[in-house]
Structures are given as structure tokens and as C-alpha cells.
Design a protein around this ligand. Sequence first.
Ligand code: URA
Length: 218
Amino acid sequence: MTALRAPKLPPVFGTDHAEGSSLGKLHHDAEDCRRCDLYRDATQVVFGEGPKDAAVVLVGEQPGDHEDLAGRPFVGPAGRLLDECLHEAEIDRSLCYVTNAVKHFKFELRGKRRLHTRPNAGEIKACAFWLGGELDLIRPSLIVALGATALYSLMGRSVGLTKRRGEVLETVTGTPLLVTIHPSYLLRIRSRGDAAEARRHFISDLEQVKSYLPRQEQ
Ligand code: URA
């Protein structure tokens, strides 16, 4: 009996994902995205960045204020914290591809401030088209879901983050998916002791990433 080949599905909703010869081409195409309304108020699309053959893809929620202006993922306060925690877990961010489940900043205006608003299921699903395209080109050995939005996008359904945190699940393509929190959660903890403990926990989740990366030169 011939072995069944795994279907070439994105690890996200349905089979419909962006197709392109390169990440640069997908990025270029995403600049004209009208799959949901978030493009209207955002400054620009914030596409993923990192090596095209990265063994590990880190997926956040959506760009924040800083990312929206810079056009790059995870460059604001949550990104700096992510960098510090990756460093403490001895993971080189430059070896990872870093992206988001949703590629436009969703916010609410309060005076002059743009306050982050969580993307809804329709927006996450619409943008899974691009995430699926990125993952299909990169074919990583591990995907890391940073928070509930990424987890929802990557599993295509609600999965309890608190319950599954620290576990490696399997997406429909068979690609392992590490479940952890979003770094911005750490920024919201008021008690210093709790924040330090939560940070240690996050770093210990990230330490699992190391075994999926090529061995780094000493
Ligand atoms: N939060 C995210 O989820 N992604 C970013 O790029 C920045 C903050």
C-alpha cells in the first residue's frame, strides 16, 4: 500500500493561503490587501521578517503602534521584552522568522493615543491567508504561538492557552506548534514578584525552541 502524503494545507483556516515565489513577493502583494477593513486606518502592512529557511517561526498577534510606524514586527516594548527573553533563553532572534497572525494594526483612538484593540475572529481568519503563505514557503521545524490570537489562527479553532501552555501541539500539516504567552502579558503585570516569576516561566517555555534550531557555532 502506498503511504498517503500529508495534504499540503496551511496550518491555518481552510486551504486558501497566499501563493508566491518568495516572501518578498508575498510581502509586496500583502501591501494591497483588502481582505478585511484593517488596512483603512493602519499606516502600512507589517509583514514577517527573518531568514527564508528559518527553522523556527515566532507568531505574535498583530503589530502595535511602534510596529505600524516602523513597518517591522516586534520592535516596540513587547518586542524588546521578547528580545531580552530570547537572549536569556540563549536563542538568537536573527535565526528565527518573526511574524504576526494579523498584519495591520487595529486600534481605537483616545484623544491622540492609538490604543491596541484585539483583532476579531473574522480579521484573524482573513489574515491567516498571509500567515499560511509565509509558513508554506518557510516550512519551519517549529512554530511558536505567542498568545491566544496566534494560537487561534494556527489551530483554526479555540484552544485553551492556559491549559496547553508549554506544550508542543501538532498543526494540521504536522508542523509542531509550541504554545506560550504573548510577551505583552508580562508588561501588564503590576507586582514585581509576579512579573519576575512570569518572565522566568516564559523563558523556560522559549528554551524548548533551542532544540529545533541548528547548533550555533561556539
Ligand atoms: N505585538 C505583536 O503581537 N506583534 C508585534 O509585532 C508587536 C507587538
